[in-house]
Design a protein around this ligand. Structure first.
Ligand code: PLP
Length: 438
């Protein structure tokens, strides 16, 4: 049997045939380190997949999950619920911006986004504005892989095959990546606030009264860490207010410390109407997401006969007790260990390490904000993505570090409680690898 056939697992977002030639298999983890099936220890520069900011197998979260699974493994959350989901909803909304006191549980970032879009449509309809059906995303946005998120998303390979099946009535703002003007900016790039006026243009085109919601990642993640131009998010908020459009921040990456606060909204001091989350909600230990909404949105649904369901939406595992127990323990640790403050204190060191690559002949840009960062390499002639993949593999096999490559962009999501020396060493290892790449 050849390797491609041997692996029954069709891997997500992976070059399966290439992978199967020499599988990279992780079998354990502790703190900031993985162990592999061939017995090596690997430093994780990506905290899972932006998920595990507290480190892997945090003892407090492990204990909470073990206890919960033995106490209540599952119960339905349609018409009855569990104590942990109730508590977690309160904990999460207590951390959210003022006036956002309700949250809806889901199982992933993709579900978080599709749920938020449905809530936005339902909200307008409940208020007698059922004509507001148009949704606005942004080029290069990543909002997961379900049909709603894919439609408002703007990553071409993710959309290409499904082009004819995407939601109708969706427009996109232009993306804000401008390497020509903003290359090697530290933090928020100075140029590009005028791109927010795209929303005004779409309001003129469709009439703002037909637009339900705009969804953006406060800092675009998967497209290669694109921080918003200074003032851009504030301007989006203003235009939404002028036209009665809901602003959705997709904080599946940004929430829970990645930007040094519970929510990116707080870091930017811009309050959206809906926030989508997942990943850091449970430190990645059990899949779970939460959609947090402003009180007016929740209240708008609370009409009609009281015995009737107000929102015909939900998943079998919405508010799963084991996930909720993991979430509660995660929230405890964030507070007890001062994780968000710690994350902020690491930002300067992280920025300096990233920007030390600015002098490298293969590097065309470095971008960072909070504990999100990228080193972007020029693509190899005729083989875009090949350099990035080579770096990923050499890091894994030769330097014992896990580095995520999105095409030729090397992405970094350090632990919120990283050890600065380990961070330095991992970037030294990366430098050795990049120096061997042509
Ligand atoms: N939204 C954003 C901003 C994301 O970064 C992601 C995943 O990385 C998603 C949505 C989708 O999350 P999931 O992969 O859990 O469905």
């Amino acid at each position: 049997m050849n390797a491609a056939v041997e692996n029954a697992y069709w891997m997500p977002f992976t070059a399966n045939r290439d992978f199967n030639r020499k599988p990279r298999v992780i079998t354990g983890a502790e703190g900031h380190w993985y162990t592999t099936d061939d017995g090596r220890r690997l430093y994780d520069t990506f905290s899972g997949l932006w998920t595990s900011g507290l480190g892997h197998c945090h003892p407090k979260i492990v204990a909470a999950v073990q206890e919960q699974v033995a106490q209540l493994d599952y119960c339905m959350t349609f018409q009855a619920t569990n104590d942990k989901a109730l508590k977690l909803a309160r904990r999460v909304t207590d951390m959210a911006p003022d006036g956002m006191n309700h949250c809806f549980f889901v199982n992933s970032g993709s579900e978080s986004v599709d749920t938020a879009l449905k809530i936005a449509l339902g909200y307008h309809r409940a208020r007698g504005e059922g004509n507001r059906t148009r949704l606005i995303g942004r080029e290069k946005g990543y909002h997961g892989v379900n049909f709603g998120g894919m439609s408002v998303g703007g990553i071409v390979p993710n959309r290409k095959v499904f082009s004819a099946a995407l939601l109708p009535g969706v427009d996109h703002l232009r993306h804000t990546l401008d390497i020509e003007r903003n290359a090697f900016s530290r933090g928020l790039p100075p140029h590009g606030i005028e791109l927010a006026e795209d929303l005004e243009r779409l309001c003129l085109l469709h009439d703002g009264s037909n637009i339900a919601a705009v969804i953006v990642e406060p800092v675009a993640g998967s497209a290669g860490v694109i921080p918003p131009p200074a003032g851009y998010l504030e301007r989006l908020r203003e235009i939404c207010d002028q036209h009665g459009i809901l602003l959705i921040f997709d904080e599946v990456i940004a929430a829970f410390g990645r930007l040094g606060h519970a929510f990116g909204a707080q870091r930017f001091d811009v309050t959206p109407d809906i926030i989508t989350t997942a990943k850091g909600l449970t430190n990645g230990v059990v899949p779970m997401g939460a959609v947090i909404v402003r009180d007016e949105i929740f209240d708008a649904f609370m009409s009609g006969p009281e015995h009737m369901i107000e929102l015909f939406h939900g998943y079998t595992y919405s508010g799963h007790p084991v996930a909720a127990a993991a979430g509660l323990a995660t929230m405890d640790v964030y507070v007890e260990e001062g994780t968000f403050e710690q994350a902020r204190s690491l930002e300067q060191h992280f920025e300096d390490l990233l920007h030390s690559f600015a002098d490298h002949p293969l590097v065309i840009d470095v971008r960072n904000f909070g504990l999100m960062g990228v080193v972007e390499m020029a693509p190899r002639n005729g083989a875009p993505g090949a350099r990035g993949m080579e770096v990923h593999k050499k890091c894994f096999w030769d330097e014992n570090i896990v580095v995520r490559a999105g095409m030729d962009t090397l992405q970094f999501s350090p632990f919120l409680n990283s050890n600065p020396d380990e961070m330095t060493q991992s970037f030294e290892a990366l430098r050795r690898v990049i120096d061997t790449i042509d």
